[in-house]
Design a protein around this ligand. Structure first.
Ligand code: WTA
Length: 642
C-alpha cells in the first residue's frame, strides 16, 4: 500500500494488526515522521485549532516542539468526547485495598462531572493555568480525578509518590514552587494505615510557596489541622459545579512535572507538554495492549510513577478504555489478590512489573490455580529487565502460553513505551523488549561514541530522532537536561541504559549504565541515599551499589567509612535515617563498614570495583592501578568475605 494511503486509511482508526502493517508503519515513520505523527494526531483527537508546525527540533540544544500552535485540551479527548458518545461506558473502575469493601465505578459521564467539580474547586482556590499543584495521594479515585482536573484548567500537576519522605516531598514542592497541595489524611496499605498528613505537615515547614492544602479525609485519622491553610476537600467538591469549560492549551503548554532520580542528589523534574504526550500515549496504549472496545485493562502501577500517568490515566482514557485502578498491594490479604481481581473484573490486559512477578512466582502456585484467568489476552511488564525464569512463569502460569507478553522498555523521560513487541504482529521473546515502536529511531553507541553499524551488537542505547512524548526539559534547569541526555552523544538522546541487539534487530535492555539503581522497579539514585547516610554522626563517607536480588532485581549494598576508629553503626539505624530522608522505598539490604573507599586520582569513587566485590566477585576486578589507594581494595574484600 502506498505511504499516503496507509497513513490516511490506517491512522483514522489506527491499530497495527499485522506484521506487514507494523513494517509499513515503520517505513512510513522513517520516511516522513512529520506526516506519520501529524496524520495520527489529526485523525485521533479533537483540536480547537490546528497546529502551525508539526515538528521543530535541535537535539544539540535539547529543544523539541510538536504541533506548536495547535490548541487542545487533553481532558476533552479523555473525557468529553466519550461522555457524549458512550456516557455509560466504564472509565475508571476502582478496587479498594480491602477486598471486603465496596469498589467504585466511574462511567465516562460521571468521571467528567467529578473532574469538573475538582477543577472548579481548584479554580476557587485561586489555581490557574500554569500554576503547579502537588498531589500527594494514595491510589484512590481522587488522585486520578485531581490529575485530570489540573489538566482541565491548565494547571501543571506534580504527583509525588506517597511513599516519599517529608524531606523528599518538600524538595519536590519547592523545586516546582507548588502553590497548592492535595493530600489525604492517610493511606491503606495492606493491613497497615499510613499517616500521610503528618508527612505533608512536616514537609510544609520548609515550603513557603504553598498557601493551601486540600485534604481528602479518607482513612479517618485525627490529623493535625493548620487553620487557614488546611481545607477539607469533600464539602468543596459537593458544592462545586460539575460543569467546567476546558482551558484552551497550546500543544506545547506544560501538562505535568514528574520527578525521577538522577546522579546528583537533586531529583530531576521531567517536564511533559500536552499535544505530543497525548498523541504518543494514546498511540502506544492502543498498539501495545491491542485494547478492544469493551475490554477491561489493568495496570498495577501507582499513579505516582510515569507508568501510572501514561498507562492508568491518560493512555487508556484517550482510547475510551475501561481502566482498573487498585488501591492495594499484591500480597494483601494474600498473594492471590491480583488473580482474584483478574477473575472478578474479567481483566483482558494486565500490566505489571518484574519485581511483582518474581514475588508472586515465589508464592504458592495454588494461589494462581484458584482463579479463572481465561479472560486474559495480553500480559505486560515494565520497569526493569525481566529475567528468563520470571518471564517463563508469567507466560505459563498466568498467560497459559496463549497471551503475548509485551516487555515494554521506556522511561519517565520518554513519556511512553519506546520498545515493545506488538501482540498479534511481532513476537514476544523472553528477556527482550524486542523492537522499537514504529516512529522510534533507536541506536546503539560504541565506546568511541559512534553508532554501532552491525545489527548484532551491544552498546549504550540512544534515540536519534524526536518522538512526540519526550520530556521537553528538566523543570527550571534546561542546562541539566542538555548535560544529562544530549551531551554524551551529540545529536542523540542518551537513555542511560545499556542494551544488546540480536541479528534481527531485537533489543534486550541490560540495565543502567549510570548511578541509578533499580530496586523493585523503583529508580533510586545513589547520590540522595549516600547523602542521607553521610548525615549519620559517625559516618564520614559512603558508597552504594546494586547487587542482584531474586525478587527485587537489585538490592542496595552500602560501603561506609566511619569517622573514627572502632566506631560501629547498625544497618537498622542507617535504614531509619535513609527512610526519613528519602522514604521507605529505599532500604539497604547489606552494610559493610570499611576502612576506605576505592577512589580514582580525581577523587571519584570506583563503583565498578565495589559492585563486583559486593556481588562476591573478588578476582578480575579490572585495572586498579589507577586508584589513589589500591591497598584499600584488599581490606574491603576481607570485610565482605568476613
Ligand atoms: C528501566 C519506567 C528493562 C530502564 C517506565 C529505564 C526497563 C528505567 C524496562 C526507567 C524494561 C524500564 N526492561 N529495563 N522493559 N522498563 N526499564 O523512569 O533502566 O521509572 O531507563 O520509567 O527503568 O524507569 P522509570
Amino acid at each position: 500500500m502506498p505511504l499516503q494511503e496507509i497513513l490516511l486509511h490506517k491512522m483514522a482508526n489506527f491499530r497495527l494488526s499485522s506484521k506487514k502493517e507494523v513494517v509499513q508503519a515503520q517505513e512510513a515513520a522513517m520516511q516522513n515522521p512529520e506526516m506519520f505523527w501529524s496524520s495520527y494526531a489529526k485523525e485521533s483527537f479533537h483540536w480547537f485549532t490546528p497546529w502551525d508546525r508539526v515538528l521543530d527540533y535541535d537535539f544539540h540544544k535539547a529543544k523539541v516542539s510538536w504541533f506548536e500552535g495547535g490548541k487542545v485540551n487533553i481532558t476533552v479527548n479523555c473525557l468529553d468526547r466519550y461522555a457524549q458518545t458512550k456516557p455509560n461506558a466504564r472509565a475508571i473502575v476502582w478496587e479498594p485495598n480491602n477486598p471486603e469493601d465496596e469498589g467504585i465505578v466511574y462511567t465516562y459521564a460521571e468521571l467528567l462531572c467529578a473532574v469538573n467539580k475538582m477543577a472548579n474547586t481548584l479554580k476557587q482556590q485561586g489555581v490557574s493555568k500554569g500554576d503547579r499543584v502537588c498531589l500527594y495521594l494514595p491510589m484512590i479515585p481522587e488522585l486520578a480525578i485531581a490529575v485530570l482536573a489540573c489538566a482541565r484548567i491548565g494547571a501543571i500537576h506534580s504527583v509525588v509518590f506517597a511513599g516519599f519522605s517529608a524531606q523528599a516531598l518538600a524538595a519536590r514542592i519547592n523545586d516546582a514552587s507548588c502553590s497548592l497541595v492535595i493530600c489525604s489524611d492517610g493511606a491503606n496499605r495492606g493491613s497497615k494505615v499510613l499517616d500521610l498528613k503528618s508527612i505533608v505537615d512536616e514537609a510544609l515547614q520548609s515550603c513557603d510557596c504553598v498557601s493551601h492544602v486540600l485534604v481528602v479525609k479518607y482513612v479517618g485519622l485525627d490529623s493535625h489541622w493548620v487553620e487557614g491553610r488546611d481545607i477539607d476537600l469533600k464539602p468543596l467538591l459537593t458544592n462545586a459545579s460539575d460543569v467546567c469549560e476546558a482551558e484552551v492549551m497550546d500543544a506545547e503548554d506544560p501538562l505535568f512535572i514528574l520527578y525521577t532520580s538522577g546522579s546528583t542528589g537533586k531529583p530531576k523534574g521531567m517536564l511533559h507538554t500536552t499535544g505530543g504526550y497525548m498523541t504518543y500515549t494514546a498511540y502506544t496504549f492502543q498498539n501495545v495492549f491491542q485494547y478492544e472496545e469493551g475490554d477491561v485493562y489493568w495496570c498495577t502501577a501507582d499513579i505516582g510513577w510515569i507508568t501510572g500517568h501514561s498507562y492508568i490515566v491518560y493512555g487508556p482514557l484517550l482510547n475510551g478504555a475501561t481502566t482498573l485502578m487498585f488501591e492495594g498491594v499484591p500480597s494483601y490479604p494474600d498473594y492471590g489478590r491480583f488473580w482474584a481481581m483478574i477473575e472478578k473484573y474479567q481483566v483482558n490486559q494486565f500490566y505489571t512489573a518484574p519485581t511483582a512477578i518474581r514475588a508472586l512466582a515465589k508464592a504458592s502456585d495454588s494461589l494462581v490455580d484458584d482463579y479463572d484467568l481465561s479472560s486474559l489476552k495480553v500480559l505486560g511488564t515494565v520497569g526493569e529487565p525481566i529475567n528468563e525464569e520470571a518471564w517463563q512463569w508469567y507466560n505459563k502460569r498466568i498467560g497459559k502460553e496463549k497471551c503475548p507478553i509485551v516487555d515494554t522498555w521506556w522511561q519517565t523521560e520518554t513519556g511512553g513505551i519506546m520498545i515493545s513487541s506488538i501482540p498479534g504482529s511481532t513476537p514476544s521473546i523472553p528477556t527482550f523488549a524486542t523492537q522499537p515502536m514504529p516512529g522510534i529511531q533507536a541506536q546503539l553507541m560504541d565506546d568511541k561514541g559512534q553508532p554501532v553499524q552491525n545489527k548484532e551488537a551491544s552498546g549504550k542505547l540512544c534515540i536519534g530522532f524526536p518522538w512526540p512524548s519526550m520530556a521537553r526539559t528538566i523543570y527550571g534547569d534546561h542546562q541539566r537536561y542538555i548535560d544529562t541526555y544530549f551531551s554524551a552523544y551529540p545529536g542523540y538522546y542518551f537513555t542511560g541504559d545499556g542494551a544488546d541487539r540480536d541479528d534481527e534487530g531485537n533489543y534486550r535492555i541490560t540495565g543502567r549504565v549510570d548511578d541509578v539503581i533499580i530496586v523493585s522497579g523503583h529508580n533510586l539514585g545513589t547520590a540522595p541515599i549516600e547523602d542521607a547516610i553521610n548525615e549519620h554522626d559517625l559516618i564520614a563517607e559512603s558508597a552504594i551499589v546494586g547487587i542482584p536480588h531474586d525478587v527485587k532485581g537489585n538490592a542496595l549494598c552500602a560501603f561506609v567509612v566511619c569517622s573514627g576508629d572502632g566506631e560501629q553503626v547498625t544497618l537498622s539505624e542507617v535504614n531509619a535515617l535513609i527512610s526519613s530522608k528519602v522514604g521507605p522505598i529505599a532500604k539497604l539490604d547489606v552494610l559493610y563498614m570499611v576502612k576506605g573507599l576505592p577512589k580514582t586520582r580525581s577523587g571519584k569513587i570506583m563503583r565498578r570495583i565495589l559492585r563486583k566485590v559486593g556481588q562476591g566477585q573478588f578476582t578480575n576486578l579490572g585495572d586498579i592501578s589507577t586508584l589513589l589507594n589500591p591497598d584499600v581494595v584488599d581490606s574491603i574484600i576481607q570485610t565482605v568475605r568476613g
